[in-house]
Write a protein that binds this ligand. Structure first.
Ligand SMILES: CC(=O)N[C@H]1[C@@H](OP(=O)(O)OP(=O)(O)OC[C@H]2O[C@@H](n3ccc(=O)[nH]c3=O)[C@H](O)[C@@H]2O)O[C@H](CO)[C@@H](O)[C@@H]1O
Ligand SMILES: C=C(OP(=O)(O)O)C(=O)O
Length: 440
């Protein structure tokens, strides 16, 4: 088991380039199953979840070639549908959330699919109802074997229809769109999620010959086509990494430039960090963050305490709330963090409290942070990372803290952050990968 050992308390300095977007990559790479032709995908992040998905595709019979460090070609000509029944697939498929998005393309192209209940973070209940209700509307039938946690889905004759999603699920929308592109007739999808990940997916599908309109809105119209052809696609920079680096710079009083961020795709993210008092400048397509000895959280116009809450896009992504929370611990002022979507995503705050942060966990969804205004530094401790974003938040806390910290269970962090120790070392961080297990 690997851990990170960190000596914190020193400012960092330099430039950092965000990786390709993890959550976009999981959709885009699943979509290669929709065509027998060659797909060339670039800016693919070298992270555990993406590499596992690529491995799954290869196991399914997709011809995968790595052209260079971040570019792959995929050719889904001969697919081995029987692989679904193998024990290997049940183990591998169950280990990442993104594997659920293999179902839509497989139904569209082969009329059947099977999938173990996927993994992902322990951040609360993670329903898949939206996916299956959507597939059912398109004419699929599914069976859930609760003993083996295994879904089997049949769909020989998918037909376009009107679908009102029960919630704007990100992976659910991607899955249903990918099933509908090859269905007969027109699908109208309302209450669709519209994150940049989905906009990128829909634009790529259109380049492959799909007919999707309404991209970027919560009403998508998908006119089914007979087949799709190959194309090339480049992933956007990962907006969650960009937000994490903004938080890192502020918390550690570092002067950092985040390169090539595609600022116009970041939506409300820069605004939310600015509301925490963080100065950031949009220079060319970079974000420049000066070294700041203090940053002050705004209040609402009437003087009441600021609330930062998550919401489906174009609202603030839940994947950055843990980062905002940690950054607020060293701000001047107070903020209420309201994590509406997930039930267990704030449960890492006990570690921050152990480090000296002032936080009141009001209930599983809400935490009040009383900023220390950098008057007292957090102190380094040993801790275990419960999920990917909490993990990076703890990493940021450790880099700002006085003394030595050890973070265990870094596999969680490495699901989504490419070579993070090496990239932080390049900014001057004192971080080392060590062997180690938590005591309990
Ligand atoms: C692989 C991938 O892409 N994972 C992302 C994806 O997960 P994923 O697609 O699994 O998440 P969903 O969008 O389905 O939903 C996430 C949670 O939010 C709740 N919910 C969702 C929509 C809504 O309108 N109201 C609501 O309360 C759901 O019940 C669920 O608990 O989207 C999440 C929400 O942005 C992100 O945290 C994950 O990083
Ligand atoms: C929760 C996340 O990922 P996943 O959906 O893969 O668990 C995330 O990226 O923050």
């Amino acid at each position: 088991m690997n851990a990170f050992e960190i000596y914190g308390g020193q400012p960092l300095k330099g430039e950092i380039t965000p990786q390709g977007a993890k959550n976009e990559a999981l959709q885009i790479i699943s979509a290669v199953l929709l065509t027998a032709e060659k797909m060339t995908i670039s800016n693919v992040p070298d992270i555990k979840d993406v590499n596992k998905l690529i491995e799954l595709l290869a196991d399914l019979g997709v011809k995968v070639e790595r052209i260079n460090q971040d570019t792959y070609t995929f050719e889904a000509k001969d697919i081995n549908i029987d692989y679904f029944q193998s024990e290997e697939f049940k183990t591998k498929g169950g280990s990442l959330r993104g594997s659920i998005m293999l179902v839509g393309p497989l139904l569209a192209r082969f009329g059947k699919a099977a999938i173990p209940k996927p993994g992902g973070d322990k951040i609360g209940r993670r329903r898949l109802d939206t996916h299956f209700l959507g597939f059912e509307k398109l004419g699929a039938t599914f069976h859930y074997d609760a003993n083996n946690h295994f879904f089997t889905i049949d769909a020989t004759n998918l037909r376009g229809t009107y679908i009102l999603l029960d919630e704007a699920s990100v992976t659910g929308t991607a899955n249903i769109v990918m099933a509908a592109v090859l269905a007969k007739g027109t699908t109208t999808l309302y209450n669709a999620a519209c994150e940049p990940y989905l906009q990128q997916l829909c634009k790529m599908l259109n380049r492959m010959g799909a007919k999707i309109t309404g991209i970027g809105s919560n009403l998508l119209t998908i006119e089914g086509v007979d087949s799709l052809s190959g194309t090339a696609h480049r992933m956007l920079p990962d907006m969650i990494e960009i937000g994490s680096f903004i938080g890192l710079a502020a918390m550690t009083s570092s002067e950092i430039t985040i390169k090539d961020v595609h600022f116009e795709e970041l939506g409300i993210i820069p605004t939310v960090f600015r509301r925490l008092g963080i100065q950031l400048e949009h220079r060319g397509d970079d974000i420049y963050i000066p070294a700041q000895t203090s940053y002050e959280i705004e209040t609402f116009i009437d003087g009441s305490i600021l609330t930062i809450a998550d919401a489906p896009w174009p609202g603030f992504t839940p994947d950055l709330l843990s980062i905002v929370l940690v950054v607020a611990t060293q701000a001047k002022g107070n903020v209420l963090i309201h994590q509406k979507m997930f039930e267990s995503r704030l449960f890492f705050v006990d570690k921050l409290i152990d480090m000296g942060a002032q936080i009141i966990l009001c209930d599983p969804h809400r935490a009040t942070v009383i900023g220390l205004n950098k008057a007292f530094k957090l102190k380094g401790i040993e801790m275990t990372s419960p999920d990917i974003r909490a993990g990076v938040s703890l990493l940021i806390a450790a880099l700002s803290a006085q003394g030595r910290s050890v973070i265990y269970n870094i596999e969680q962090i490495e699901r989504g952050y490419q070579h993070i120790d090496k990239r932080l070392l390049a900014l001057g961080a004192q971080i080392k990968r060590i062997e180690g297990k938590p005591l309990h």
